[in-house]
Design a binder for this molecule. Structure first.
Ligand SMILES: [Zn+2]
Length: 266
């Protein structure tokens, strides 16, 4: 959420999440996949390689934008003692870094708007948001993926949604990207053992435009752009997924698989 909050971050938790994200090997086989029925010829099947050292270049550039950072923590989850134990800025970055790993290992080019706990432009939220879009435009990105998590005053609100804008020259493609990512986020969370609520895709032209997706910036995005709000930080069950490596992995894989579907590469 683009919210200004005045609390500061649980930096240690974030650092741990980040460390888990970085330390995870790129091609770890998924532990959460349901075992497939084994036909009699299974022994003849060549196992999937555990790593692909030279992925074929896809010729697509993905700009990943981990929302918030630095003095802007985004949404917060508070533990029983009132301290923030999950911050949006850290969760967004952990998912984004893992997603970047997956995409690069699969032959995509990736650029991040930030790769550490910092603002992109300190001191001005408006300039910060414009810069994130400028980075994607100047890089000639094929898509801009802004990774966020949701917040609500009602702590029971939970679920997965992805925002796009229909009021753009590429509105139909943008909706297709949003749907592919939303579907894959929900599916991967469920395969990781968490039955998230599927809130679907949302058109920001019906809800007031967001800077990242909408047409209202001085220099709006020149490519389909989405804002993933994969879980509610303010909900205990949703936030719990962001505290475990399997949850971060499921979210990164959801974005990854959705992007691949969008490019006809799944
Ligand atoms: Zn946010």
């Amino acid at each position: 959420m683009f919210k200004v909050t005045h609390h500061l971050t649980a930096a240690v938790v974030g650092a741990l999440m980040l460390a888990q994200s970085i330390l995870m090997p790129v091609a770890t086989p998924r532990k959460d996949a349901a075992p497939a029925p084994k036909p009699a010829v299974v022994a003849m099947v060549t196992p999937e390689p555990v790593a692909n050292p030279a992925p074929q270049a896809k010729g697509k550039l993905i700009v990943i934008d981990p929302g918030h950072g630095g003095s802007d923590p985004g949404a917060l989850h508070q533990s029983g003692n009132g301290q923030a134990d999950v911050t949006e800025e850290d969760a967004n970055l952990a998912v984004a870094l893992r997603l970047a790993d997956m995409l690069r290992a699969d032959g995509y080019e990736v650029q991040l708007t930030r790769s550490t706990d910092t603002e992109v432009v300190p001191g001005s939220k408006a300039a910060d948001l414009q810069k994130r879009v400028d980075i994607a435009n100047e890089a000639g990105a094929d898509v801009l993926i802004s990774v966020h998590h949701n917040a609500a005053a009602n702590k029971s609100a939970r679920g997965t949604e992805v925002w796009y804008c229909s009021d753009r020259p590429f509105g139909a493609e943008n909706e297709r990207l949003a749907k592919a990512v939303n579907e894959a986020l929900v599916r991967n969370l469920r395969e990781a053992g968490y039955d998230t609520v599927d809130l679907g895709v949302k058109d920001d032209s019906k809800a007031g435009h967001f800077a990242i997706t909408g047409p209202n910036l001085a220099r709006p995005s020149e490519m389909p752009s989405i804002i993933g709000e994969a879980l509610y930080i303010t909900n205990d069950q949703d936030a719990a997924q962001l505290k475990r490596p399997e949850g971060i992995e499921a979210l990164a894989r959801g974005y990854f698989e959705g992007i691949k579907v969008y490019f006809g590469d799944a």
